[in-house]
Design a protein around this ligand. Structure first.
Ligand code: IMP
Length: 230
């Protein structure tokens, strides 16, 4: 789909739900608001829909609207999330929600951080969870401080030039284990040890993880701000 088709489709959808500007303006109180999510990850979409659906938001992925993925050129999570939200909103004319997340390790000055998905790749390895985990263990080989946390930042914009984006953030604290454990989850979960639970995030059931994770915390944070705004 060409960019102009994407814009047309988004604007038609925006208008059909009550917005006449095509700028993704909020619909009248009491009705539902259609929001484009700047992610094609089915798991994330389910998590977002579970919390935001009850709050009156109907979510559609940017992939369904033919929006290509945005660049993530920035050094901070918040800038990347905002860039993705603006990109999706600009191309569809709808309000947009985007997230950026990763793992930050104290002894590594916050690395892998915004480069979590490409940690091993940037060091000359491959782009895979297994390679990232191996690289992380190698980088921590001589470190005694193994504290780290996942961070998730969500950005919501009413329209691409929204001067008041709503930013939700969540942090989930743990330690980096000496070796991987568990088969659930993805990414760094087999190494992300939770002292209180006595297990890694990959050993938690998906339901438990989804209720307590950095993404869940960021979503709840965002939701409370969205409610305050109304
Ligand atoms: P993104 O925000 O989906 O691009 O995630 C960036 C990267 O951060 C992922 O590829 C993972 O390496 C890591 N990450 C983010 N959230 C999680 C999580 O819940 N578990 C494990 N790894 C995560």
């Amino acid at each position: 789909m060409r960019g102009s088709d994407v814009v047309k489709q988004g604007q038609e959808q925006s208008q059909s739900q009550g917005s006449s500007s095509g700028q993704g303006t909020a619909v009248a109180a009491g009705s539902r608001q259609r929001v484009v999510v700047a992610s094609n990850n089915a798991g994330k979409l389910r998590e977002f829909a579970a919390l935001l659906g009850d709050a009156g938001f109907d979510l559609v992925t940017q992939g369904e609207l033919g929006v290509p993925e945005a660049e993530e050129p920035h050094a901070t999570f918040v800038e990347n999330a905002l860039e993705k939200a603006r990109h999706a909103s600009r191309l569809t004319g709808l309000p947009a929600l985007a997230d950026d997340s990763g793992l930050c390790v104290r002894a590594l000055q916050g690395a892998p951080g915004v480069y979590s998905a490409r940690y091993a790749l940037r060091a000359g390895g491959e782009k895979s969870d297994a390679a990232n985990n191996r690289h992380l263990l190698a980088e921590l080989a001589n470190k005694t401080d193994r504290r780290g946390h996942y961070v998730c930042v969500l950005a919501f914009v009413e329209h691409a030039d929204d001067p008041e984006p709503i930013i939700g953030a969540g942090r989930w604290f743990g330690e980096i284990a000496e070796a991987p454990h568990g088969d659930h989850g993805f990414g760094y979960d087999p190494l992300f040890y939770l002292p209180d639970q006595g297990m890694t995030a990959a050993e938690l059931s998906p339901d438990v993880k989804n209720a307590v994770s950095h993404r869940a915390m960021a979503l709840r944070n965002l939701l409370s701000q969205l409610k305050e705004r109304d």
